[in-house]
Design a protein around this ligand. Structure first.
Ligand code: HXC
Length: 533
């Protein structure tokens, strides 16, 4: 190659230097500008709908979406996704109403040291309404939760489908609800309702396993009071229409309510401590500080001498479970049955128990629905079931029959007979008729206390059928009581595995659970059963 002329060489070097320095400075400037933009956008995202809206949120006694995440997650564990997404709607002047991150914050974190996926809807941005982008943020974390096998928690505060987006937002709900269904029975899904949740914002939570509400600030309805007024001309307040009292005592849509945002969030953390990450895992074991081998003498004196006197089933539950901790589900709805999570020797159990103090512990439509859903949840997530039985049967009467007690009661039969997890039963007093079948007949181990009675029905009903028209009904009834008002007829035939002193119940159940942990049941292959809906 011919050597370069010295002057040409010097010129070339000079030009190259100039060129590089201008390139460097423009790329440095570009980087600084991008970083500034990221900073700005992050700041925008942290402010949601702006300080005024945040102040309004606080004035209602509500935390912001980000504050809720902070309370919910183990410190410093929240990783946010899609902070920079913005809605894409251009109708109704929406092109000038963009908010960084749109109306939901999504990501994953740890709770009690275990991973969870979560979304927190931001009411300060367009009422937390669901745009297609909002939906995509949520479905992304749902898809990951399904891949990883970790619970999904929704902190809901949303006016439902974003009206300006039309079909796009409706499709967003279909996408979310599809995943709710896919996740059902595979990973736990918990919804906290923390504001006025309308339309799809009510339906998606209804597909999850547990829905909890915050008192006085959260509402669930298909359409809010304004829309109702315009459609039917009815005047109704948010609270009357879909407040926590309505849904925890009347409709049964919500599983419990709590006083404020912080209490509600902490209670969801507490609930998660009982649950496995997915149906592929056993529930977590916790170190038990209560004695596991000791008698509980108090139990010997709980059942009243008079067989028709009520007593409080909570006394029995709290005396038996670890550390007197019982996470009750639907405490104010259908209180004739009690359901909830507890631990025995550190293992999570699902308890369902008749409450003799309410409707004598009869099963009716609402209590059957309440218990069925709980039993199916426990069975899906490998949580052993323990029943405490004192039931005179299904509630008699035209109102129940006309409303379909047969099909609704059948849901409970279906759920308990379908369940393959370990099942333990303790008959504390009555186990009559359908009540026995539903509450304990399919258990792996059934205990009877000395006060147990297993019979087709109570003495009055039985005698009225057997000896209709007979003058000496009292004598007949006494004979019936003598025969069936004790645990022997069932024990003699092996339907009660043992008659035990009540004081020994706790340690027996703990030992049985340890034994049954390896229980395996093979069901016939099928797509799914057809529960009587
Ligand atoms: C767009 C909405 C919105 C929505 C509220 N906003 N809901 N924007 N789409 N769905 C906006 C309001 O315009 C307002 O914006 C801000 O959010 C706060 O709302 P307010 O009405 O000021 O608050 P509040 O008085 O507390 O009432 C909250 C509310 C009410 C009860 C949720 O906004 C309401 O009734 N919204 C409509 C609810 C509804 O019917 N949704 C159903 C959609 S249908 P500015 O800019 O003024 O702050 C649906 C079907 C899905 O979801 C089906 C799936 C299966």
């Amino acid at each position: 190659m011919k050597p370069l002329n010295k002057r040409v060489f010097q010129l070339l070097v000079k030009n190259t230097r100039q060129l590089n320095s201008s390139n460097v400075s423009s790329s440095v400037n570009h980087t600084i500008a991008v970083q500034e933009r990221i900073k700005e956008k992050r700041k925008d995202a942290l402010l949601g709908g702006g300080q005024k809206k945040i102040d309004a949120q606080h004035a209602r006694g509500k935390l912001t979406a980000r504050e809720r995440i902070q309370v919910f997650c183990d410190e410093g564990t929240f990783s946010e996704y899609d902070m920079f997404m913005e809605h894409t709607c251009t109708d109704f002047g929406m092109e000038n109403m963009k908010f960084t991150g749109d109306s939901v914050i999504t990501g994953h974190a740890k709770v009690n040291g275990r991973p969870v996926y979560l979304f927190s809807q931001d009411f300060t941005v367009l009422g937390g309404s669901l745009s297609s982008v909002h939906a995509r943020k949520i479905t992304k974390i749902m898809d990951q939760a399904l891949l990883v096998g970790a619970p999904i928690i929704g902190l809901n505060d949303s006016g439902g489908a974003r009206i300006q987006e039309g079909i796009e937002s409706l499709i967003g709900y279909s996408d979310i609800c599809t995943r709710n269904v896919l996740a059902s029975g595979f990973i736990p899904q918990i919804s906290l309702i923390m504001g006025p949740c309308a339309g799809g914002a009510a339906y998606s939570p209804a597909l999850t396993d547990f829905t909890f509400m915050v008192e006085d600030t959260s509402y669930l309805y298909v359409t809010g009071p304004d829309v109702i007024k315009s459609v039917t001309n009815e005047d109704v307040t948010h609270d009357e229409l879909g407040g926590s009292k309505v849904h925890t005592t009347m409709s049964g849509v919500a599983h419990n309510s709590f006083k404020n945002d912080v209490e509600a969030i902490l209670q969801v953390r507490n609930l998660l401590s009982y649950l496995p990450q997915s149906n592929k895992e056993p529930p977590p074991l916790r170190i038990c500080t209560d004695p596991v081998d000791d008698d509980v003498p108090f139990l010997d004196s709980v059942i009243p001498y008079n067989a028709s006197d009520p007593y409080d089933m909570y006394d029995i539950i709290y005396a038996i479970v670890d550390e007197k901790e019982f996470f009750e589900i639907m405490p104010r709805y259908a209180s004739n049955i009690i359901v909830g999570f507890a631990r025995l020797g550190g293992r999570t159990v699902g308890i369902f128990a008749n409450q003799p103090k309410v409707a004598a512990g009869c099963l009716d439509i609402n209590s059957s629905l309440k218990a069925s859903r709980f039993i199916r949840f426990c069975d899906s997530f490998n949580i052993p079931l323990v029943s405490f039985v004192d039931i005179p049967g299904f509630l008699a009467g035209t109102q129940q029959e006309f409303s379909g007690i047969i099909k609704h009661g059948a849901k409970m039969l279906y759920s308990i007979f379908e369940a393959t997890v370990p099942k333990l039963s303790v008959i504390t007093r009555k186990a009559y008729g359908g009540g026995f079948a539903t509450m304990s007949s399919q258990s792996d181990i059934t205990y009877g206390w000395p006060t147990a009675e297993v019979a087709v029905m109570g003495s009055k009903g039985a005698v009225s059928v057997l000896y209709r028209g007979n003058d000496n009904m009292t004598e007949m009834e006494n004979d019936y009581i003598k025969k069936f008002s004790n645990p022997f007829p069932a024990a003699v035939l092996g339907y009660i595995d043992d008659i035990i002193e009540p004081r020994t119940t706790r340690w027996r159940l703990i030992r049985d659970l340890e034994l049954l942990v390896s229980k395996k049941v093979k069901l016939p292959t099928k797509k799914h059963g057809i529960i009587p809906m």
